[in-house]
Design a protein around this ligand. Structure first.
Ligand code: RIB
Length: 318
């Protein structure tokens, strides 16, 4: 029976180009292949929820502008429920400008606009969506909306004993006192380093970081690695989940592919390490094509790679 994925966070209009060299020089760089896409962390996880056959409800903000159609159109087409996406006045739809060089290591500049423009009525809509969600629901959320919105959503979902997955982007917004209410925390290496206040340089550092994240109070600490693998600390121990090693064309949507598919696996009752394996498989597939949502692959492809990667999971320690 389909379950309900509640995705709360950023909804963006993505403007994405390819570059022949890495951004960062003072010169004007000539880009190719401009694409106007739907993006944002919550939009991307909601897209995956629908792709995997669940009732997928998006909670967030857009502006009253044409960019909202760019951000929401592909989600509507995919079957994401958009009734609880509210329109900000005085702020436009958020825009991500994304440059992808040949090595796939993207540079994103985000104008957060409506994602940060919340009023009391919009906050109440989030609360009532969580209150009315079926008992078989999971909340996945990011910090590209104000911390007080995350706080009220986490508190409401926890009161209903719904599982909660937090993607701590932007890490400086994360409220540590909320972590004991959270099921899983899924930063990438840079975000984990920012949260913990020290560099993460290798697998051993990432394993310690996953444990330290769990130590903040979440039941599961995950560190997403740049190659698509991850480190997981959970009640059963600390594990490394491998990457498939597929060459990256575009890493833009890989982190959200991980977090969304990991959340879907938990929603379906999978244990932590298996959920992390689904997340890694989805992230490995997501880097093989350009864009976030257009690169996401469905259940059959993800499960195919899950079977290949499962024997390579390693338990590091208790
Ligand atoms: O996490 C990737 C997403 O965030 C992209 O879709 C883009 O919107 C970026 O800001």
């Amino acid at each position: 029976m389909p379950r309900t994925l509640l995705s709360l966070g950023s909804i963006n209009a993505d403007f994405q180009v390819r570059l022949s060299q890495a951004p960062g020089s003072q010169e004007t760089l000539l880009a190719e292949g401009l694409q106007r896409l739907s993006g944002g962390k919550a939009a991307n996880t909601a897209y995956l929820g629908a792709l995997f056959g669940h009732r997928s409800l998006l909670l967030g903000r857009v502006g009253a502008d044409d960019l909202a159609d760019q951000a929401l159109g592909p989600l509507r087409k995919a079957g994401v429920l958009l009734d609880e996406v509210t329109h900000a006045t005085g702020a436009g739809t958020a825009v991500s400008m994304i440059a992808v060089p040949a090595n796939g290591k993207k540079q994103i500049i985000l104008a957060n606009e409506a994602n940060d423009a919340w009023d009391e009525m919009a906050a109440q809509r989030v609360l009532s969506a969580i209150a009315q969600a079926p008992s078989q629901s999971l909340l996945v959320l990011d910090y590209e909306v104000p911390a007080h919105i995350v706080r009220l959503a986490v508190t409401a979902a926890h009161a209903r004993t719904l599982p909660i997955v937090v993607d701590p982007s932007f890490p400086e917004r994360l409220e540590r006192g909320l972590m004991p209410q959270v099921t899983a925390l899924t930063p990438n290496m840079e975000e984990a380093a920012a949260l913990l206040g020290h560099a993460i340089l290798n697998e051993a550092d990432a394993a310690s970081a996953a444990e330290a994240l769990k130590g903040l109070g979440a039941q599961i600490g995950v560190v997403k690695m740049p190659d698509g693998g991850c480190l997981v600390a959970c009640a059963e121990g600390v594990y490394t989940v491998p990457s498939s090693g597929r060459p990256a064309v575009d890493a833009t949507g890989a982190g959200d592919a991980f977090t969304g598919t990991f959340a879907i696996a938990l929603l379906e009752g999978q244990p932590a390490v298996e959920a992390a394996l689904w997340g890694s498989a989805a992230a490995n597939l997501a880097v093989t094509a350009f864009g976030s949502q257009p690169a996401y692959q469905g259940r059959e492809a993800v499960m195919g790679l899950v079977q290949t990667l499962r024997p390579r999971i390693r338990r590091l320690h208790d």
